[in-house]
Design a binder for this molecule. Structure first.
Ligand code: FAD
Length: 338
């Protein structure tokens, strides 16, 4: 059981900044994210796009903002459960909560901060018989550790940036890479498209287009796939199959936690961004209130006020005076530095 003061669901920019604001109040944070890496939309959807409305940064790449937020929070040593989706919540008699992920990891905290953005990004799964049987048994929708694929026969399906980038990367890791796409044209960046074609010419990548994976084979784990092209089906031996058809955001299991939901977002009190369940807050893109703007800087503001409220809830009656970090030092309101 992982124990913390504030359990943050969602490691997007809002969740990451919460770590810093909570740290100033000496509250420990642990983050859960369904994605294998932190950064939310910034790292998943547009890491190379510049953002122009982060105060103090005339221009910053979304990926660099994520790195900076991680660096800023690092001093407060947050914990991470990545690649797991927060699934269920249980309220205990002492008003604290246990949150369990889809992989069974349990987290215990008196405060829950839902910073789930547009929801957890769920992989778009191909319609194939028995696909669930192979999940984590040679079939993965995300690549967490490329080393898993070393010297293996890998089949990748998809035609976007992820499929192209991973085919290029794994060409030097796997013993064989086969890329299957249902059209002849790829949708990714031009230089990636050119690079896979170059790798095809030197037999580092086997490209099959226009074709589709039509069947999965293997006793208990993937041993091969059927690929159908122009009505003809061939068997391709594979140790690993990686369908990369993109991600779609869904509010998902959080929608069943008894929270007040409006238009796929969680209603909050703008006093402190608490939900209808005391002790559970919702901050960033995931919440809704009159005048809500889905912007990163709004998430930062909400995280800051939420942490103040959480501190008061955890320390009833305890007085504190807000000081500036420039005056009190980074490690809190008592002015001490580690
Ligand atoms: P998100 O970034 O969405 O992160 C939420 C995280 O929660 C995700 O990683 C998700 O996997 C995780 N999650 C959700 N549910 C669960 C669960 N049950 N279990 C585990 N994890 C879960 N904003 C700006 O201010 N300026 C811009 O210039 C700008 N440009 C943008 C450009 C594009 C193309 C897009 C798509 C958005 C842009 N935005 C911009 C919006 C900005 O990205 C969002 O406002 C911001 O990402 C919200 O941050 P967040 O942390 O609240 O949520």
């Amino acid at each position: 059981m992982i124990k913390t003061d504030i359990l943050i669901i969602g490691a997007g920019p809002t969740g990451l900044f919460t770590v810093f604001e909570a740290g100033l109040l000496k509250l420990k944070c642990h983050l859960i994210d369904a994605l294998p890496q932190p950064g939310g939309q910034c790292s998943e959807l547009y890491p190379k796009k510049p953002i122009y409305d982060i105060p103090g940064f005339p221009e910053i790449l979304a990926g660099d903002l994520t790195s900076n937020l991680l660096e800023q929070g690092k001093q407060f040593q947050p914990g991470f459960t990545l690649g797991e989706r927060a699934e269920t919540i249980e309220k205990l008699e002492d008003r604290s909560f246990i949150v369990t992920t889809n992989k069974g990891t349990q987290h215990h905290a008196p405060i829950i901060a839902i910073a789930g953005g547009l929801g957890s990004f769920e992989p778009r799964k191909p319609q194939l018989e028995n696909i669930e049987k192979y999940e984590d048994n040679g079939l993965a929708y995300f690549i967490k550790d490329p080393e898993v694929y070393r010297n293996k026969k890998v089949v990748i399906a998809g035609g976007g940036d992820s499929a192209l980038d991973w085919s290029i990367f794994l060409a030097d890791v796997a013993s064989k890479v086969t890329l299957v796409h249902r059209r002849n044209e790829f949708r990714g960046a031009l230089d990636s498209v050119e690079r896979v074609q170059e790798l095809k010419l030197i037999n580092k990548i086997n490209i099959i287009t226009p074709a589709e994976i039509t069947e999965l084979h293997g006793e208990n784990k993937i041993e091969g796939v059927s690929v159908t092209k122009n009505g003809e089906t061939e068997f391709i031996e594979a140790d690993e199959f990686i369908p990369l058809f993109g991600l779609s955001p869904k509010l998902g299991p959080i929608g069943n936690w008894g929270l007040e939901i409006e238009k796929n977002a969680i209603k909050v009190d703008t006093l402190d961004y608490q939900t209808n369940i005391p002790g559970i807050y919702a901050i960033g893109d995931v919440n809704t209130y009159e005048g809500k703007l889905k912007l990163i800087l709004c998430g930062f503001h909400e995280a800051t006020l939420m942490c103040q409220s959480a501190y008061k809830r955890l320390n009833p009656g305890k007085k504190f005076v807000l000081k500036y970090t420039t005056v009190s030092g980074i490690n809190g309101f008592d002015g001490s530095r580690k």
